[in-house]
Ligand binder design. Structure first.
Ligand SMILES: [Ca+2]
Ligand SMILES: [Ca+2]
Length: 370
């Protein structure tokens, strides 16, 4: 050690001891909870840096779990399962119309939790900035599974979400989407590695959201199919509903797939913006694979096969290149059309299960299904 370094170290130690008498910043608290009272309290009382670890089990809150307290980018609030334990928060004991979990807050990291059987939406993040949702499940609820909404919805990441079986009985399935990013604005929002399936309405819906959202490595399937014996069923069943309510927005979808949805695989839904869709696959959807009648969408290297109304409906403003409906582009064959493996457990990383379903081996067209 050089003399200069030694002196610097001595000075630092001396300074450090001097600082010790000053008020110290509150320590980040780690709270381990194992019952619903403590879980409710921990979420309500969390402050920046709080880490809430939830022991394995099924929790039945009787009121919406919620917070309006912000973390910070360097000191987020964390809500996660304890170790590798399995945590389910079940809305069965909530009043009609209530959500399981509502954040109106910034910089929360929520991971490894299932939100199930909500009377209404399962998870709603309202005007959130910098939240991360990882390995979350939102299933079998009474409205959309996972929702981002409100102005000031900025830089949120939804990674490895499973959202399925959501159905709003009161509206005959008209509203319950897998992911709803609706009625709001804000940039930097990303959905990656999601499985959005068997919901009554759409897989993903960007109705009345005025800023671009990015979706990648996502599967949206089996939405809008009447699985509830609802004689007045009204679900729309679009895999990716990329607009609505007059907003003109250049949403982006990369390397994702839509199959078996009752409606369109991918649709502008009247959004006239320059929506970008690249390396995606639409297979066996009820209506069009790609429906972009009025938008200025950029459709590139997409693969559409066996969709009920046809591969693509595109207006004159659409830029279309390298898709299998474009002239001179061939259609590679699928290695498998058996979707069974797409329901398998995720990989240990949380990534989508390994499958050959709808893969082609092509390096130029269609989703890679991972
Ligand atoms: Ca609808
Ligand atoms: Ca919808």
């Amino acid at each position: 050690m050089s003399r200069r370094t030694a002196l610097t170290l001595t000075a630092a130690l001396a300074l450090g001891s001097g600082l010790a008498i000053l008020p110290t910043q509150a320590q980040a608290a780690t709270v381990v909870v194992s019952n619903v009272t403590d879980l409710t309290s921990a979420i309500k009382n969390a402050t920046a840096g709080t880490v809430i670890q939830v022991r394995g089990g099924t929790y039945y809150p009787t009121a919406t779990l919620q917070s309006t307290v912000n973390g910070t980018s360097s000191s987020p609030v964390t809500l996660t399962a304890y170790g590798s334990e399995t945590v389910k928060i079940d809305g069965s004991s909530l009043p009609d119309g209530d959500w399981i979990f509502k954040l109106t807050a910034d910089y929360w990291n929520v991971s490894n939790i299932t939100f199930q059987n909500s009377p209404d939406s399962a998870v709603v993040c309202q005007s959130c900035t910098g939240t991360n949702w990882t390995n979350i499940k939102t299933i079998n609820g009474g409205d959309s599974g996972f929702t981002l909404t409100g102005d000031g919805t900025v830089n949120n990441t939804v990674k490895y979400l499973d959202s399925y079986g959501n159905y709003d009985a009161a509206n005959h399935g008209e509203n319950a989407d897998g992911v709803a990013i609706k009625f709001g604005s804000g940039t930097g929002n990303l959905v990656t590695g999601a499985r959005l399936y068997n919901n009554s309405d759409d897989g993903i819906d960007f109705w009345s959201f005025s800023s671009p959202v990015t979706v990648e490595h996502t599967w949206s399937f089996g939405n809008g199919v009447n699985r509830w014996s609802d004689s007045a069923f009204a679900g729309d069943g679009n895999g990716y509903k990329l607009g609505g309510d007059g907003e003109v927005v250049a949403h982006v979808v990369n390397n994702s797939a839509a199959w078996g949805n009752a409606g369109n695989g991918f649709t502008e839904n009247s959004n006239t913006g320059a929506i970008v869709i690249n390396r995606t696959t639409a297979y066996a959807n009820g209506n069009w694979g790609y429906y972009f009648a009025t938008s200025a969408a950029r459709l590139g290297k997409n693969l559409a096969v066996s969709n009920g109304s046809g591969s693509v409906s595109k207006g004159s403003s659409v830029v279309s290149a390298g898709n299998n409906w474009d002239s001179g582009i061939s259609t590679p064959s699928f290695k498998s059309t058996d979707a069974t493996t797409t329901y398998n457990s995720r990989q240990s990383s949380g990534a989508l299960p390994v499958t050959t379903f709808l893969t082609t081996g092509s390096t130029t067209i269609g989703a890679t299904m991972d």
